[in-house]
Design a protein around this ligand. Structure first.
Ligand SMILES: [Zn+2]
Length: 207
């Protein structure tokens, strides 16, 4: 399959690698790609030590490869072409120099909370599409509840309305499961959920 990106693969100067090497949402494409879905497919990012540290999108991974910041450890048969070279679409990349990544900051996002809670409202226990879920602060922000892994849960709009600005006890609601803090285990679990279709990730995530 021949996918040409006219300018998209030219390494731009001064691209800072965000904490977690690609954890930030992708910026809008500067050049339209012919296969945006392929460009957004997940790529597992390993630290120089082979420790899995994040999941990024193919587009971001290609930039890291072309800048010489990372090398491909696993690839797909599909190729993309820059002006000067053909590159196999990466599945797993590894940073060439070790990066210290603070654990907590790298993963707190709506997407990751929904993944952790498996798109299940933590009050009624029903499963919803992501678009029909919101994040609920178990201890409301007005009571000093923090935006943290331990205080945020997936919640459907019905339950969210019912709960309002109260604690679960006050609203007569019970948590399906106490929200788990972020740990290395959570991190691996999230990566496995994202990469469940890609066999090549398995050996790096130990399952
Ligand atoms: Zn609910």
């Amino acid at each position: 399959m021949d996918i040409r990106l006219k300018n998209g693969l030219r390494p731009r100067p001064n691209i800072a690698i965000p904490a977690g090497a690609g954890g930030a949402p992708l910026s809008p494409l500067s050049t339209p790609a012919q296969r945006p879905s392929l460009m957004q497919a997940p790529v597992l990012v390993l630290n120089a030590t082979f420790e899995p540290i994040n999941v990024t999108a193919v587009r971001r991974a290609l930039v890291l490869l072309l800048k010489g910041v990372a090398q491909a450890e696993e690839t797909h048969p599909t190729e993309v072409h820059s002006c000067t070279q053909a590159i196999n679409v990466p599945s797993v990349i590894r940073l060439l120099t070790y990066r210290h990544i603070p654990q907590q900051s790298r993963a707190l996002s709506r997407k990751n909370i929904l993944l952790r809670d498996r798109n299940t409202c933590q009050f009624c226990g029903d499963i919803f599409p992501a678009s029909e879920l919101t994040l609920d602060h178990v201890v409301p922000r007005s009571r000093g509840g923090r935006s943290s892994w331990e205080n945020l849960v997936a919640c459907c709009y019905n339950c969210n309305n019912r709960k309002g600005d109260r604690t679960p006890e006050e609203a007569g609601l019970q948590l399906v499961r106490r929200p788990r803090p972020f740990t290395l285990h959570t991190s691996r679990q999230l990566m496995r959920l994202i990469g469940h279709k890609d066999e090549k990730w398995r050996k790096y995530l130990f399952y």
